[in-house]
Design a protein around this ligand. Structure first.
Ligand SMILES: [Zn+2]
Length: 243
C-alpha cells in the first residue's frame, strides 16, 4: 500500500512538472481539516488499541463542512501521517489527498446525507459481529440500548462496499445511532468522533453482555420491556454534559 501511495504521488508530481503539492489534488487542507484529521487518526488508532478492529478492517470518518475526511483503504492506522489527509465531498468525489478512500465510503456518505452525524465509526468488533449472525435485533439486555435510540437492529447482509449494504444499514439505523451489519460488523455515528467511538464501544459491550448471559446452560437472561428502554433513553438524554 505504501508503494501504491508513492506511485500515485510520483504520477502526480510528473503531471505537475515535479512541483509536488503535499496537500494533494483539488485544494489545500484548511486548519480545521488538519485538526479533524489528527482527531480522526487518533480515533482510528483507538479502535485497534481497544480491540474493536484488527489490522485495517474498520474505518472512521468525520465531517467538516461539506467535506468528509475518511481513513484510506488498506493502510494501517499507525502509518497515517498529517500529510495523508483524505477527503471527499458528499457525492464521494475526492477533494483532498491522493490515497484511495475506504471501500466502505458508500456507508459513511449515506449516514451524512440522511442524519445530523459529524462522525461515523465502522468496526468488525468480535462480539457485535457474532451477535449479527444470531438474531435480527440485539435483545434488550441492558438499559444502555436507550442511549442508542432503542433495541439495536441488524442490517441484512450485502457485500461490503456496495450501495445495497449502505441502504440496508440506513433502514437498520432509523431512529437509532448505531446498528449491526449481518456477518460483518458495526456502524455508529455521533456529533463528535468521541461520541461515535463511545457508541461503538457501548454496542460491543452490550453484545458481549448478551452473549455471556445467554450462554449459561439452562437459563436465559431477563430482558427489558420497550417501556423500560424508552424510560432509560429519556433519562440518558438529560444525563451528563451532552446536549
Ligand atoms: Zn467492514
Amino acid at each position: 500500500m505504501a508503494e501504491q501511495r508513492r506511485d500515485q504521488r510520483g504520477e502526480r508530481d510528473a503531471r505537475e512538472g515535479g512541483q509536488g503539492v503535499p496537500e494533494g489534488w483539488g485544494r489545500g487542507v484548511s486548519a480545521e481539516e488538519a485538526q479533524a484529521w489528527e482527531a480522526l487518526v487518533a480515533t482510528a488508532r483507538r479502535t485497534v488499541a481497544d480491540g474493536l478492529v484488527v489490522g485495517t478492517s474498520g474505518n472512521v470518518s468525520v465531517r467538516v463542512g461539506d467535506t468528509v475526511l475518511v481513513t484510506p483503504s488498506g493502510l494501517p492506522y499507525d502509518r497515517l501521517t498529517p500529510d495523508d489527509v483524505t477527503g471527499v465531498d458528499l457525492d464521494g468525489r475526492q477533494v483532498l489527498g491522493t490515497l484511495v478512500p475506504t471501500s466502505e465510503l458508500p456507508m459513511h456518505l449515506a449516514v451524512y446525507r440522511t442524519t445530523d452525524a459529524r462522525a461515523v465509526v465502522h468496526t468488525h468488533a468480535v462480539h457485535a459481529t457474532a451477535v449479527s449472525t444470531l438474531v435480527p435485533e440485539l435483545p434488550a439486555i441492558h438499559y444502555m440500548a436507550g442511549a442508542l435510540g432503542g433495541p439495536v437492529r441488524v442490517a441484512p447482509y450485502a457485500a461490503y462496499g456496495t450501495d445495497e449494504l449502505a441502504e440496508n444499514m440506513l433502514h437498520a439505523l432509523a431512529d437509532r445511532t448505531a446498528c449491526l451489519l449481518q456477518n460483518h460488523g458495526t456502524t455508529a455515528y455521533g456529533t463528535t468522533l468521541d461520541q461515535a467511538y463511545d457508541r461503538t464501544a457501548q454496542l460491543e459491550w452490550m453484545c458481549r453482555l448478551w452473549l455471556t448471559a445467554s450462554s449459561v446452560p439452562g437459563l436465559s437472561p431477563t430482558l427489558l420491556s420497550p417501556e423500560q428502554l424508552a424510560e432509560a433513553g429519556e433519562k440518558l438524554r438529560g444525563y451528563g454534559q451532552r446536549r
